[in-house]
Ligand binder design. Sequence first.
Ligand SMILES: [Zn+2]
Ligand SMILES: [Zn+2]
Length: 184
Amino acid sequence: MSVAREGGCACGAVRYRLTAEPLFTHCCHCLNCQRQTGSAFVINLLIETDRVELLADLPHPVDVPRDDGSTQRIFRCPTCQVAVFSQYGHPGVRFVRGGTLDDPAGVTPDVHIFTRSKLPWITLPESAPAVEVYYDSKALWPATSLERLGSDGTRTRGLPPESACATSCHGADTCLVGSRSLRA
Ligand SMILES: [Zn+2]
Ligand SMILES: [Zn+2]
């Protein structure tokens, strides 16, 4: 990547720069994402929290109820309230909303998830895997991304041991440890 990706909210008070390529990029068709965005799906760039450099105001966290009874923390611009990224249980990883990038066309989803609730008029591309619910990151992520999250001690602080995952992520649909703790 020659130029770091940048993005921000609508009013410009919140600006961010991604100092690395995303670990993986999701296109999520779940009903939570549809409701939160008022749209058909969300594009989430998964990236380490410390690789999201904040250039202006700090977005503020809002805990939003999900339909499984858990909450999801969404970070919004304090002024215009546009959501720029989310956190699902794992404090070390941000889910940056692709539509807030200055160049949203610069990313293509690596996987389509929760296609069980995909709107029927959307045709998925052949070029990316699509799963009914979620997937095992060990099977789909590039080795470099697994390494970034798994073996670098500075980036795994706060990462729960696998056995604790179901507790810490509340069985969220974006559990980063794997799909075994998911509620089907
Ligand atoms: Zn704003
Ligand atoms: Zn979703």
